[in-house]
Design a protein around this ligand. Sequence first.
Ligand code: APR
Length: 175
Amino acid sequence: MIAIELIQGDITKLSVDAIVNAANSSLMGGGGVDGAIHRAAGPELSVECQAIAEARGSCPPGEAVITGAGRLPCKRVIHTVGPVWYGGGQGEAGRLASCYRNSLLLAEKAGLSSIAFPNISTGVYGYPKAQAAELALSSVKQTLPETPGIKKVIFVCFGQENYELYMRLKGDAYE
Ligand code: APR
């Protein structure tokens, strides 16, 4: 049985196997949750991200990379790059769904069993919160049958608006 949980709080405090970072293509940190994760992890996270960026080039929207967690209580950080919202006609939905899918697939491949997601793209990248929430839930639920090792998924809302949106979408999504 897979536990799907919804919490309101700071993703950097969670001692799950992996937390997902809403990164940018450079992987070199930024504001929002990206800034919070890099601050809490310490400088070694940026060093590892820089090495990945130098080895593979930038991380395109929809894709994800996995690193250590530095001083964070979790074990790994999965950095995924959400789409910037341009109105919905530039493939934003497909790329956002891929962020959730690829993060789960990476966690599975790394042998992890619990993963926490922030509300990717709904901050600086301007993705409409209600559409993003529906997409997050549907993409995770569609991917979970392919990731049998994942036993717990936590949606972490920092802001009240996202939390209320996810609560409204609750249905049978959360145990
Ligand atoms: N824990 C959980 N969620 C958080 C935290 C935190 N500590 N801090 C912020 N958030 C939430 C925001 O409230 C928002 O709902 O994360 C969500 C994503 O917002 P952003 O961090 O702005 O991410 P995004 O919209 O994907 O934009 C990514 O912003 O920080 C830069 O480098 C980043 O260029 C990239 C862009």
